[in-house]
Design a protein around this ligand. Sequence first.
Ligand SMILES: [Zn+2]
Length: 437
Amino acid sequence: MPYRAGTRLPGERASKLGHLDVLNSPLVQELCRSFEDSSPPGVPATMTWSPLPCTGEPLPIVFGVDGSFQVITGTTPPYKALAFVKTALFRLDQPALAALDRESPHPYALRDILKDSALYHATVFPMRHIVVPSMTVYDAVRHTIYESVKDAQLDGEPMETLKWIAYEKWDGQKKNLPPFECPHCESRNATLPYDAEKGSCPDCGKELFITDMLGFHLEMAPDAAPDGVARDYMTIHETLLLFTGIRYYWERNREAFRRVLFVKDGPLSIRAQYSKLVNPIRRFLHMTRDVGNPVCIVGQEKSGAFADHLELIGDHAPVGSLFIPDHQYIREQIQHRPATGAPYGKDTNYGAKVFVRLTKRHKMVLNIPTGKFVQNPTIGNLIGAPEIFATLPKLLSSRYEDALLPVELANAVASLSTYPSVQILAMFAEATVKGYP
Ligand SMILES: [Zn+2]
């Protein structure tokens, strides 16, 4: 990079001629030719596509979950910023699915489905330069996360689900929360007694929320929160909505798991410090399979390294086949890293990655739970695979490429750009930043 101009002297000019010598190198010339060559790269030799296991009964009831977030920043200094997060869960049963026109769903038909069988959650976080009396942004975001998970519109059900997962209530052992880092004194002894939502730090005595165990505060400065906090809250809340449905059936009607498929937009994973929920979730899913009530969950990953890799390999796959990449394949072919080191996804994923070619036109990256972590999963490890693959052909969208209807509808419900409109949010944000909340 050339030097920039100062107040006294002009900046350095980048020399165009400086590139000429390096372009004369035969190796560099070869690389440039190869870069411009548009023929597809070879497909890795270490992959085997297997026929889809469609031997189960299709599942007649489908739940879809999705979320979206948007950070709105003021256009003038100090560039105040608010983040809006929205999540949704809805039910799609066989009659609703049959009535839906897959080419162009009628808006009223969608409205009727969503009116009777959808839950919404929306919240807003003060990210930067927003004054909340007697609170830093750090504490304001902590309080907002806690109050948002308790959302009265949803009767506090996501909070019940967070407690159910964090305390692993299904196992009846009534244990305290595993220790986490206190948001006030950084002691690592912070904990809460069984079933508590709030308490105090054993070292500094200040107030703790159960949502502090997730560690949002580890990413925030006293007066600013990065945009990632909104994204991670969205992921956590999607997971809580998904498991609110699962908890409901587990507590009231376990037989229903034979008829229900849960579909999440995005991977079945929770990143970084938030991944504390992953091991309890895995233990729950493992146990449900052991006791004969397996829960069918599938996540569709539409972007990122796995989706990019599918573009390379998908067209070579036979129709009606799947490929489950193992640890070594993921490290070397997808992440382009050495296969040594920690097993891929051990701490963060509760679903195995599965490349699927359903029809000539539909290929996708799915995530399907295996219960306990499996480093090199096989079809037999995927919970509910025969039922899931018997159901998916009934859920294909005709409107979008490689799309599943529940994901398409969940996008429509949760998308901030359509509901409510970005203009409304921007207007609201303007009013708030100007001091008229
Ligand atoms: Zn403390």
